[in-house]
Write a protein that binds this ligand. Structure first.
Ligand code: GLN
Length: 454
């Protein structure tokens, strides 16, 4: 913990930690030491972690990197962070992210962008998003692991951009209680760490049924670390042809082929598969996610939480809402709320939202079909490119940024587990990730397959 606290101070230019709790961290570390001396052996005891700002932590700023939650200090702790703390993990503080987890570059944060520890010459790169602070902090060894959340790729894409490992568990595996909601049918908490084993250990601490989250699943909770045997002989891995995008950089193609070979060498059978509705995934996601976001974000009204605009003489309650939300939400969040309310409005509900929900079912069925045919996991690139420069995308058309999620959003729409593992470099030496998608509730198997790629 002391080493991490020192590293955090030395790396303040990364803007990864947005709220630091060094005194409390040292106290937690001492308490963990005492438990170890008393003979306890939990793997998480004394392990210093960073917590994404989307998680509510008791009496600490928990702002989802938004101005609208200025000054909000929850009187409760999220289930996931509370489980990690009970397990003996040490929290070093809160990590930077895109505002309300909307973005792929950590540039919509009220705290300013987090910076990728990887650089090309002097050019600063994004660590990806929305869990950009988590990725940057783990990659720079400011903490041994970090919590992330993944609604459309926000764990896997930043993991790929920073050369670390990130797992999005099956929807319902980790409790969403106390995690600030973005799109409730897609949001899922997950671990980000240096390697597969650390992710397995963290998932052991984070997962579990929680009666406080109605979508939390009452399913078996195996020991995920014990699943790491390294033996994947006889497993069937699918390569979906629809993920071979036109204009995909050669180095991504090469990485994918390399991953295929590694799995074959480890004794898996690799087959070509089809997920025919893949091309509809991005538009479907960018209808459903904003729709749910517009509903979830309606609660930020200037009354119940955080920021309230200064009002003029004669302003009424509607002025208060309007001014507060105009000041409190950044441009991307406002765009999502507008898109979301549009697709949910009476005249357009069937044409957009309901249509998207139907297509979502088809996307999910594509996966069910290949799993029913005996495929155990699916191998794809994690992202269509390596990390891009700060400012490069955020100043372009927003759709350019959305296109970055092309390989990751299908997993959330289908509720499946997905993992990104560092698997190579582009020609400039920047890290690239491969994604493995698994059967629902088979994170152990998925982690073990990912382990074979390390
Ligand atoms: N980039 C996606 C979005 O902006 C994913 C975000 C996420 O997974 N939280 O919606």
């Amino acid at each position: 913990t002391e080493a991490c606290l020192g590293a955090i101070e030395a790396a303040s230019a990364l803007n990864a930690f947005v709220h630091k709790t060094p005194e409390s961290a040292l106290e937690q570390a001492k308490a963990a030491d005492a438990r170890i001396k008393a003979g306890e052996t939990d793997d998480l005891l004394g392990i210093p972690l960073g917590i994404k700002d989307l998680y509510c932590t008791l009496d600490e700023p928990s702002q989802a990197a938004s101005r609208i939650l200025d000054g909000f200090r929850p009187k409760y702790e999220s289930t996931v962070t509370s489980q990690l703390k009970v397990g003996g993990a040490v929290s070093l503080g809160k990590l930077n992210m895109d505002e309300f987890a909307m973005g792929s570059s950590n540039e919509t944060s009220v705290y300013g962008p987090a910076v990728n520890p990887w650089k090309i010459d002097d050019r600063e790169l994004t660590p990806g998003g929305s869990s950009g602070g988590s990725a940057s902090a783990v990659a720079a060894s400011l903490c041994l692991g970090a919590t992330g959340t993944d609604t459309g790729g926000s764990i896997r894409q930043p993991a790929a951009f920073t050369g670390i490992t990130g797992l999005k568990p099956t929807y319902g595996r980790c409790s969403r209680w106390g995690i600030i909601a973005f799109a409730s049918s897609l949001d899922q908490a997950g671990p980000m760490a240096k390697d597969v084993r650390d992710c397995a250990i963290m998932l052991n601490g984070m997962a579990g049924y929680d009666p406080l989250d109605s979508t939390s699943a009452e399913v078996d909770l195996p020991d995920f670390e014990a699943a790491l045997t390294g033996d994947i002989r006889g497993k069937t891995i699918g390569i979906p042809r629809e993920y071979r995008m036109e204009g995909m950089p050669e180095e991504i193609e090469a990485l994918w082929a390399e991953g295929r070979k590694m799995l074959e060498d480890a004794g898996a059978k690799v087959v070509d598969i089809s997920l025919p509705h893949t091309k509809y995934a991005l538009p479907t996601y960018y209808v459903i996610a904003p729709a749910e976001a517009s509903s979830n974000l309606a609660r930020y009204d200037g009354v119940r939480f955080g920021h309230r605009a200064k009002l003029a003489q004669g302003d009424g309650i509607v002025d208060m809402y309007e001014k507060t939300r105009a000041e409190g939400f950044g441009a991307e969040v406002q765009r999502r709320v507008m898109v979301g309310t549009y697709v949910l409005s009476a005249g357009f509900y069937d044409a957009y939202y309901n249509r998207a929900r139907k297509v979502r079912t088809l996307i999910k069925k594509d996966f069910e079909d290949v799993f029913a045919d005996g495929v155990d996991a699916i191998l794809t690139p994690a992202t269509p490119s390596a990390a891009f420069g700060l400012g490069e995308m955020v100043n372009a058309d927003p759709v350019q940024m959305y296109l970055n999620d092309v390989f990751t959003v299908t997993v959330n729409l289908a509720g499946l587990p997905g993992i990104s593992v560092p698997a190579g470099q582009d020609r400039q030496g920047l890290p690239l990730g491969l994604q493995l998608i698994g059967r629902p509730w088979e994170e152990g198997d998925l982690l073990n397959t990912a382990y074979a790629l390390e």
